[in-house]
Design a protein around this ligand. Structure first.
Ligand code: AMO
Length: 434
């Protein structure tokens, strides 16, 4: 198939072989058009019935929508064609005929429910809008990788089959590992810390995390993509600087390199690159601001987590990306370090988009004894985590890091209503296949 030319790359006056899907056939009587679609766009193929061989006309105009065809013909200028050119076919080959009963309409003229779209993802991704989201997602991941490399990070991958959880015992998917109980990992947390304490010092990982939460919301997945950072000799503010740089780099790259995709999504004027200097509110300031909005039925007090309503009220009030720092120690995990002079206040932070939380992070407890105490305070048996805690006896530097939700980054950037739009094959409570 090496002689194939993309629809957007044909040259007037030359014979081209194009291959793709039958987007539409328009039969006007004496003349008919087949609109062929490939990853670069659409191309008109013209059939003048009186002047062409009947079999050729039949092959081109009789093909059902979404059939795969290969067409060879001369490319001519035609100002009335959607792209200003058309192909006058010499041969038409129907490579794979599509069932005329399509479960959804890839031309996008008929809307489909999200479930129908996800059940038929291959067809759904033939729509320009759905395809654009994943091209943008790929650009986000590329830009994120580059931004981490620019801050001297090494890319790592850590095990997804593990012996213990880190983010709270109720959210684990158990599996059987050679007869032993094991789990799908909720976060690379402990591994990335172990590596920050190794000779690699500054690391990042982009990989799946598994959360057995029984949530069924537009912003939760049971398998998500986590963009993780961990750096030795970093404190929480250093980690926040990295989070700011990574998120800003993703926006910058999409605005610069995805103009067509943004136009397809109607977002070319909408997306502003953040200035990379996000306000840092302490938790105390944040709850005061939420309470001052008057939008909550009950006032927040120290120790309360921020509900979805509280996040929304604060997001509207701040109106841009912002950090919430210095969370109460009691609502942050055991690995987050508390302030030395204020043990009730942690170094934990979240990065918020006005719509929702994107990042959690903090400085880590790197001292052996307080670490063990932290496990015990959270009702965890430190013995089970010996593979982790032992390494803190052999020279663990102060370190900090964060986890950034990849799908939430794409979802909020593109204003998607449902996080499932940002995953090819989402895993949620109802969805284990495809
Ligand atoms: P946390 O559990 O807050 O922190 O996760 C970090 C970020 O990952 C995203 N995220 C999710 N996205 C979709 N569906 C989910 N179920 C889901 N769960 C999490 C969010 C969230 O902000 N170990 C810490 C990170 C760290 O301290 O480095 C952690 O996992 O965007």
């Amino acid at each position: 198939m090496s002689d194939r030319t993309y629809a957007a790359e044909v040259t007037v006056g030359e014979t081209a072989t194009v291959a793709g899907w039958v987007h539409e056939v328009r039969d006007l009587g004496g003349i008919a058009f087949l609109i062929l679609r490939d990853r670069t766009g659409q191309l008109q193929v013209k059939f003048e019935k009186d002047e062409m061989d009947d079999d050729l006309v039949e092959a081109g105009t009789g093909a059902s929508r979404e059939s795969v065809v290969r067409v060879t013909g001369l490319v001519e200028e035609e100002p009335r064609a959607p792209t200003g050119v058309e192909v006058v076919p010499e041969t038409v080959e129907v490579i794979a005929e599509a069932d005329p009963e399509l479960p959804l309409d890839p031309s996008g003229k008929v809307d489909a429910e999200i479930d129908t779209r996800l059940n038929n993802r291959t067809l759904d991704l033939r729509r320009d809008e759905a395809k654009a989201i994943f091209e943008i997602r790929a650009e986000v991941l590329r830009a994120v990788r580059e931004a981490f490399r620019e801050t001297d990070c090494t890319e790592i991958t850590t095990p997804k089959i593990v012996a213990t959880g880190t983010e709270g015992g109720t959210e684990l998917f158990p599996i059987t590992y050679f007869g032993e109980e094991a789990f799908m990992n909720q976060s690379p947390q402990l591994f990335k810390q172990l590596i920050a304490g190794s000779g690699l010092e500054r690391v990042f990982e982009i990989g799946p995390i598994f959360r057995a939460e029984e949530h069924n919301t537009p912003r939760h997945l049971n398998e998500a993509t986590s963009i993780d950072f961990e750096g030795a000799f970093c404190d929480a503010h250093d980690a926040m600087d990295v989070a700011e740089a990574v998120v800003s780099a993703a926006y910058e790259a999409v605005v610069e390199n995805c103009t067509d995709q943004l136009e397809t999504l109607g977002l070319d004027e909408e997306i502003a690159v953040p200035d990379g200097d996000f306000p840092r509110l302490t938790y105390e300031e944040a709850i005061e601001r939420v309470n001052a909005t008057g939008q909550l039925d009950e006032q927040l007090v120290w120790g309360d987590d921020l509900s979805t309503e509280a996040e929304r009220a604060l997001g509207e009030d701040v109106g841009e990306f912002y950090f919430i720092t210095d969370w109460p120690s009691e609502i942050k995990p055991f690995y987050i370090k508390d302030h030395d002079d204020e043990p009730d206040v942690s170094t934990g932070f979240d990065l918020m988009h006005p719509r929702m939380e994107l990042v959690s992070g903090g400085q880590r407890e790197h001292r052996y004894d307080p670490l063990i105490e932290g496990f015990e305070q959270q009702g965890l048996d430190p013995e089970q985590f010996a593979y982790y805690t032992e390494m803190f006896r052999y020279g663990m530097p102060p370190h900090a890091g964060f986890g950034l939700g990849g799908e939430r980054l794409v979802m909020t950037m593109l204003g998607l209503e449902n996080i499932r739009e940002a995953v090819l094959f989402p895993r949620d409570r109802q969805r284990l296949s495809p």
